[in-house]
Design a protein around this ligand. Structure first.
Ligand code: 3PY
Ligand code: MG
Length: 252
């Protein structure tokens, strides 16, 4: 089966850098993949992508060196299995709040006897290879989002589930869950403490700590703190930042 380069980097203790694709444009997804990110996350939770355009989005990313990852809309077997069948090589699952929910993710991802995924990896086979059945469990990257107060409290139990490869902190939802606003350039101490406690739980369980960041500077700071599955912005934010920055420069 094709090597999952993002999983390989994380397995070697190295960082992997990616971005979210919120627009449902395969052209933008391919452009992000060509920019040199290790992975591109097609976002089915927020933004314009949906089951009807997921195939084209995954085909676009997979004609680049970037690992095609899908953030599913929820921890639902049907969403998880469909994304994998269409060729997602990694999954980001939002709002995983307990060990039981993490175990449910893995049951959706795996074939019997350890799971209940139904057979039919139409494009998973084309992209991954004919030994998909034997090797999928090894190659697919499974990332649990920890972004609620309950998840922060249960981080160690969630991350100690074998088969969960990494956590991914959603700092906006975590901030809201702890009673603060989202999209802050600096998080208040309770949020920052929760973020670092989740990172520590990842380190303690031998998993990669991951986090969403809104800028290159924020990503560098998180890398320096030991985060390794680091997502920098999204296509929508990049357009906004670049356009507003140009106009500020011109009008100054
Ligand atoms: C969050 O910040 O809550 C996210 O989900 C980022 O992707
Ligand atoms: Mg979130």
């Amino acid at each position: 089966m094709r090597t999952n380069e993002t999983k390989r980097l994380l397995g070697m203790g190295k960082p992997a850098l990616g971005s979210f694709c919120l627009g449902g444009s395969p052209l933008i997804a391919e452009t992000l993949g060509r920019a040199g990110y290790d992975f591109v996350i097609v976002d089915l939770q927020h933004g314009e992508s949906h089951p009807g355009n997921l195939l084209g989005m995954l085909q676009a990313v997979s004609c680049t060196p970037a690992t095609p990852i899908v953030r599913v809309s929820a921890n639902q077997p049907v969403d998880i299995q469909r994304a994998l069948d269409l060729g997602a090589y990694g999954l980001v699952i939002p709002m995983v709040n307990s060990r039981a929910e993490a175990e449910a993710v893995l049951r959706s991802v795996r074939y019997a006897p350890t799971g209940n995924r139904s057979w039919g990896p139409i494009r998973g086979w084309l992209y991954g290879g004919l030994d998909y059945f034997a090797k999928a469990q090894e190659e697919l990257l499974i990332v649990a989002m920890l972004e609620t107060a309950e998840a922060a409290r249960s981080a160690k139990e969630i991350l100690s589930v074998p088969g969960i490869d990494a956590c991914f902190i959603g700092p906006n939802d975590l901030s809201i869950a702890l009673g603060f606003p989202s999209e802050l350039s600096e998080y208040p101490p309770p949020v920052e403490e929760a973020i670092l406690a989740i990172r520590d739980a990842a380190v303690a369980t031998g998993k990669a700590a991951g986090i969403y960041t809104p800028s290159a500077a924020a990503a560098k700071a998180r890398l320096a703190q030991g985060f390794r599955f680091v997502c920098i912005q999204n296509d929508f934010g990049m357009v906004m930042t670049a356009a507003a920055g140009d106009l500020r420069t011109i009008r100054a």
